[in-house]
Write a protein that binds this ligand. Structure first.
Ligand code: PLP
Length: 506
């Protein structure tokens, strides 16, 4: 692939930008290199197609080109930037590329990048209100705006974490705290008085749910995987009987995690029915809307969060589908005080006179220092506005529906799941030979795997896969702010071209 350079970091003349004898880079140098970096980023955003989406490098390729020991004396910034471009960039997989269709496609939007730059300059550790009042208060404001945009109830307070995995772990910790088993004080090990605690999530739920149980010392044994129906949604009847069975066996059910927008297919669990079960059984209901929560910002899609107003907690990731640079995950809860009870711990050196009247972020989790993440979210919400955000998400869903329609209409291709949002699960299904069904299924799986690798090796588009009912499934996820119809069409063309190529091979 040709790689025309717009404004490369290599320049004629002597190297510049050495560290001064003492202190930081001079303001003059910072201004000069800052301008160069911003120019580079502006070009990067304008012409992402000059880079292969998936890094076309071998493991160890970058390491082998870098010195094994650090430099004894400072090196000029001009050379560092040149090496960044020459060595580092080729080993980058470009998540911010409009033809990134793997996993969940995401965006670091320009206003978000500006917000990150400013937050980096402040370098706030917002553990206490006084250590960065702006972080705390902007977090409250931005999260409340987002809550309104998603149509969640006013009682839902929010707190920002880095990722949904960490947000869910904190929600599960709060669910356990709500049992009043004195786990905070006494832990769980060596306690004969504790029954087996059980958490229920569908077999399609994200692995972060299971990891939460591992991290919290509850163990994988605490997870009950509830079967999903033919459209990959949790079976609420099965949930009921599994809870009954556990109770009869002496276990203590304490939490259900429902998912709105599962990772493989973006299916939506029946949250209203699950909320009924939770209310009857007195269980904490946590909703994982890490990906799809953003879709509720689109007025006509708000119904996807039906029933979530009854949840105890809900996580959504603006860093997935709300154009926010990684990382920023928002946890909402109507019971933030339970979460606080689980984690608050104030050593003398962190006591402040105002602590009874303000929110101190470190009370709500294991982390002490917290990044000023709210700044970028606040800037993004203001810059795009409700209409702008909704229009972009709506368009992503349209592009996915169009792609799904092409798959459905084409011979030798099939859809493998409904398309409620912006992800399409599909595969090539040409006629394959084989002794029996099993052999033919294995050949189709292998063919689709070769097809995905062939498309990804072009560097023009990047797709990932999952398995549905044991079947190798291709996923095309639309979610980057710069993705338009030409990118989606090109992905479809590439799939068709490469199918012809790989069909002949074994
Ligand atoms: N929940 C769901 C449904 C996801 O799809 C993902 C990631 O794709 C996560 C949670 C974890 O997200 P994070 O990377 O923010 O921890």
């Amino acid at each position: 692939m040709s790689q025309p350079k717009d404004r490369p970091f290599d320049r004629a003349g002597a190297p510049g930008g050495f560290a001064p004898e003492a202190g930081d880079m001079s303001a003059e140098d910072f201004r000069r290199f800052g301008h160069e970096v911003v120019d580079w980023i502006a070009d990067y955003f304008s012409h992402p197609e000059r880079f292969p989406v998936l890094a076309q490098v071998e493991p160890g390729g970058l390491r082998s080109q870098l010195p094994q020991s650090p430099p004894e004396r400072g090196e000029p910034m001009s050379e560092i930037l040149e090496d960044f471009e020459r060595l580092v960039v080729p080993a980058v997989t470009h998540w911010n590329h409009p033809s990134f269709f793997a996993y969940f496609a995401t965006t670091a939007s320009a206003p978000g990048v500006l917000g990150e730059m400013l937050a980096a300059a402040f370098d706030a550790k917002a553990m206490l209100w006084r250590t960065s009042p702006a972080s705390t208060e902007l977090e409250e404001v931005a999260l409340d705006w987002l809550r309104q945009l998603m149509g969640l109830p006013e009682e839902f307070g929010g707190i920002i974490y880095d990722t949904a995995s960490v947000a869910t772990m904190h929600a599960v910790a709060a669910a356990r705290e709500a049992l009043n088993l004195r786990v905070r004080e006494e832990g769980m090990s060596g306690r004969a008085d504790l029954p087996l605690l059980r958490l229920y999530a569908s077999e399609q739920s994200h692995s972060s749910v299971e990891k939460s149980l591992i991290a919290l010392g509850l163990g994988q044994r605490s997870l009950c995987k509830v079967p999903a129906d033919s459209e990959f949604r949790m079976d609420a009847e099965a949930l009921k009987s599994l809870i009954e069975k556990d109770r009869a066996g002496g276990a203590l059910p304490f939490c259900v995690v429902a998912t709105v927008g599962t990772t493989s297919t973006t299916s939506i669990d029946p949250v209203p029915a699950i909320a009924d079960v939770c209310e009857r059984e007195n269980l904490w209901l946590h909703v994982d809307a890490a990906y799809a929560g953003s879709a509720a910002v689109v007025p006509e899609m708000r119904h996807i969060l039906a029933g979530c107003e009854r949840a105890d907690s809900l996580v959504t990731n603006p860093h997935k589908w709300l154009f926010t640079p990684f990382d920023l995950s928002a946890l909402y809860s109507r019971r933030l005080e339970v979460l606080r009870r689980a984690f608050t711990l104030t050593p003398e050196y962190l006591r402040t006179p105002e602590q009874e009247t303000v929110r101190n972020g470190s009370d709500y989790g294991v982390q002490l220092g917290r990044r000023f993440r709210a700044l970028k979210l606040w800037m993004i919400l203001r810059y795009f506005g409700h209409e702008g955000l909704a229009a972009r998400i709506r368009e992503h869903c349209r592009l996915a529906r169009d792609f799904a329609a092409w798959v459905e209409a084409a011979n030798g291709w099939e859809l493998l799941a409904p398309v409620p949002f912006s992800v399409v699960c599909f595969r090539a299904r040409p006629a394959v030979e084989g002794e029996n069904d099993e052999e033919r299924a294995a050949r189709l799986d292998a063919l689709n795997e070769r097809l995905m690798s062939a498309v990804n090796a072009t560097g023009e588009a990047f797709l990932s896969h999952t398995k549905l009912g044991g079947v190798f499934t291709l996923r095309l996820a639309v979610g980057n702010i710069r993705t338009d119809e030409t990118h989606v069409r090109r992905a479809w063309e590439l799939l068709n071209e490469k199918l012809t190529e790989v069909s002949g091979r074994r």
